[in-house]
Design a protein. Structure first.
Length: 615
């Protein structure tokens, strides 16, 4: 059997194999309700391994999570004034402040996104991309697409040489940054606040500084080497000896604050057609980048029709092509064909059904990238879901040929460096917003005087096959699986969620929805529950399983026997960088009983919820 623990990408070192088998068997025989109570408070985590043993196994440079798995204890936030959920407390608080000051969910989401550019600068910012799904209280559903386009001057052969030399980062990998265009259009069309008002919290953060979190330091340890040659980013994230700052180090982003002040004065279009755009153009020309002011001048956020489908009587609204919302909708419609009792348990049969639903939907999504946007619409057909559901055998994983037939198999590049914001307000508005650099810290470069990192999107295209749907041709956008999603009950928001995680995004979103709808879990339990998800890259069936109660080594052996020949098992205590692989779903929802908004952030990526009426 191939059962491998997740490892730090740079080192490829295996995690220690930890676990008290007798304890796990005991937990596995307990009632599901008992297990949930254990998971909610994290008590059994204390027994997984002694603290002294954890310290002895820690290697230099590794950031181990606390002995209690963090994901086993999540604090929910409740409020009648709405909630904001983001990957940092500073960003969630920025959005909640805007709600408290009378703004709506769109205003709050924009403020939170801008604050993430300071407090989670490895995953998003002014130089990144954005995908937003909005539900307005009047019933409108809108998607805004901020996918970065390939610049007109791109030279595929140069990018191929960088790839061959394992140097595929830097100025040549920068696509047009379109996150600001999405925030601008959302604010102008659906918000109520001025640009200066929603930017104020982020400016204050950049001036006063934010603390380096263990999550960020783990990312720096693995991917920060790309930034050491850029003076602007080097001075922010590394000390005088070019080592990563220790956790809790307070760092300011003075140049980002200055850039944001200019945007607050002149408006977001200055980024594309004003002084900031001129500075970007000059820096790109000086350093061999392809991006020019002519590319920036063409940027407009595209308004698209969301994809939608039905699951257990609920309406699922998600992000369309070039995103991955169709896979989320299809997977849920496949699961809808099974009786609830076949989906909602922790039996291996139920695990297989959930894995196969997401796996089939993702391969359908990848196939649509070849066949065109109309193919993604077919994925939404309930009859198609019924046909796909009939293929699933809980006792045996499907072979790849059974899923794709004779179609070519696409194995998309993994997207790194993403984050997510979920917001509901007290008026019935909701926003799901996913942001990305496409690589951790993007291209690893920033313009002196502007201060923000640029995305590294071009690194994820194909450079040698003009017939590929992912070829790096001028004006092209990257197909990806980000799927900010809103679930409606009787036309009003019930759940708002999304998250990073590359090809695992579909599975983590689907599992979270199942946890709430089928298992009747609270928001905190739904995002915290140990995951069994499918890794959406490659051609082999590759489940990822968190080895925390109620999951056991017997589950791993049984999944192997059913055809999942490559499994990745994460055991606790684990390094922060490894827990990241299991996604980062940030969830906001409404409690129909109390009428309150409820928020829960995914602690695998430091997710935090803040109430709209928090002081």
């Amino acid at each position: 059997m191939t059962s491998t623990s997740l490892s730090q990408p740079v080192r490829r070192a295996k995690l220690p194999q930890v676990g008290l088998h007798a304890l796990l068997r005991l937990v596995n025989t307990a009632s599901l309700a008992s297990v949930r109570r254990v998971v909610a408070c994290g008590l059994l985590g204390l027994l997984l391994v002694p603290a002294t043993e954890a310290r002895r196994r820690q290697r230099p440079g590794d950031d181990l999570s606390p002995i209690v798995p963090e994901h086993q204890c999540v604090a929910e936030v409740r409020s009648t004034a709405g909630v904001v959920v983001a990957n940092t407390r500073e960003a969630a608080a920025a959005g909640a402040r805007i709600l408290r000051e009378g703004g709506n969910a769109i205003d709050a989401a924009v403020a939170a996104a801008l604050a993430l550019g300071v407090s989670e600068a490895e995953a998003s910012g002014l130089g990144g991309q954005a995908w937003m799904v909005i539900h307005m209280a009047d019933g409108r559903d809108i998607s805004l697409d901020g996918s970065g386009k390939v610049p007109e001057l791109v030279k595929p052969e140069e990018l191929q040489r960088l790839k061959d030399d394992d140097l595929l980062f830097g100025y040549k990998t920068v696509a047009t940054p379109e996150a600001i265009a999405v925030l601008d259009q959302a604010l102008r069309q659906f918000g109520t606040k001025r640009v200066s008002e929603v930017m104020a919290p982020a400016i204050e953060l950049a001036d006063s500084g934010v603390r380096l979190t263990p999550h960020q330091r783990a990312v720096l340890l693995s991917f920060g080497w790309r930034m050491r040659s850029n003076p602007t980013l080097r001075d922010i994230f590394f000390d005088a000896s070019l080592d990563e700052w220790e956790p809790d180090h307070l760092f300011c982003m003075d140049e980002v604050a200055s850039t944001m002040r200019r945007l607050a004065r002149h408006g977001f279009r200055d980024f594309y057609a004003g002084g900031i755009g001129n500075a970007i153009d000059a820096d790109m020309q000086a350093n061999g980048g392809y991006l020019r002011k002519s590319d920036l001048a063409r940027v407009r956020a595209a308004e698209r029709m969301p994809v939608r489908g039905r699951y257990r009587g609920l309406e699922v609204v998600s992000f369309p092509d070039p995103g991955g919302g169709a896979a989320v909708v299809e997977a849920l419609q496949i699961l809808d064909r099974f009786p609830p009792e076949m989906v909602d348990s922790e039996s291996v049969d139920a695990m297989v059904i959930r894995l196969e639903a997401s796996r089939i939907a993702l391969y359908d999504l990848y196939g649509s990238w070849i066949r065109g946007p109309l193919a993604s619409l077919r994925m939404l057909d309930p009859q198609h879901a019924a046909h796909r559901a009939a293929m699933i055998n809980p006792h045996q994983a499907l072979r790849i040929g059974e899923i794709v037939g004779r179609e070519p198999v696409i194995t998309p590049r993994r997207l790194h460096g993403s984050t997510h914001v979920s917001v509901v307000d007290g008026r019935g508005n909701a926003v799901a917003l996913t942001l990305s650099f496409n690589l951790e810290f993007g291209a690893g470069v920033a313009t002196a005087g502007l201060g923000f990192p640029y995305n590294g999107t071009l690194a994820l295209f194909d450079f040698d096959d003009p017939d590929s749907p992912g070829y790096v041709r001028p004006g092209a956008v990257l197909k990806q699986v980000a799927a900010p999603t809103i679930v409606l009950r009787d036309g009003t928001p019930f759940m708002v969620l999304g998250g990073p995680g590359s090809g695992r995004i579909t599975s983590t979103i689907v599992n979270t929805i199942v946890n709430v709808v089928e298992r009747h879990m609270s928001a905190g339990d739904a995002v915290a529950y140990p995951r069994v998800i499918w890794n959406g890259g490659g051609t082999l069936p590759e489940p990822f399983i968190e080895m925390a109660p109620p999951h056991t080594d017997a589950d791993v052996a049984e999944l192997y026997s059913r055809g999942y020949l490559t499994l990745y098992a994460l055991r606790y205590p684990a390094r922060v960088i490894d827990a990241i692989a299991f996604g980062g779903v940030n969830l906001a929802m409404f409690d129909a009983t109390t009428g309150e908004a409820v928020g829960a952030g995914d602690p695998r990526r430091s997710g935090t919820a803040v109430a709209g009426d928090a002081p």
